[in-house]
Design a protein around this ligand. Sequence first.
Ligand SMILES: [Ca+2]
Ligand SMILES: [Ca+2]
Length: 133
Amino acid sequence: PCTQAEKIEDRFFGLVREERNFDAAEGACQALGGHLASIHSNSEENAINKYLKHNGNPKDVLIGGTDRSSEGNWQWSDGTAFDYENWKDGEPNGKPGDGDALMTVKKGGSGNRVWRDRSTDAAAAFLCAFDSC
Ligand SMILES: [Ca+2]
Ligand SMILES: [Ca+2]
């Protein structure tokens, strides 16, 4: 995906449209030298959403958030601070162990996206982020 990755702020983001579950997606991003994407601001998310829109705009896109190690304590797989969030109303709502992966999902036809917690077993397209390409 680095070949089609887009530079947004200081990182490169690459969408993979093959559907994988959380661990397989994180492994695939790591094999390419990155991690599943973390998102740290509204402006960054807006730019990411624009990129997704230009690349098929899958309904669900897995990114790197997980609360698997401590229910309700969300962390990014790249180790950066969980300092921004954009949950859909009523989310996260997974039962412990059953809603430990973060997906950004299309919100109506607006092109905006919001976040939902889903099972780490749920497969979806996924977004990797790289410090360099
Ligand atoms: Ca959870
Ligand atoms: Ca949920």
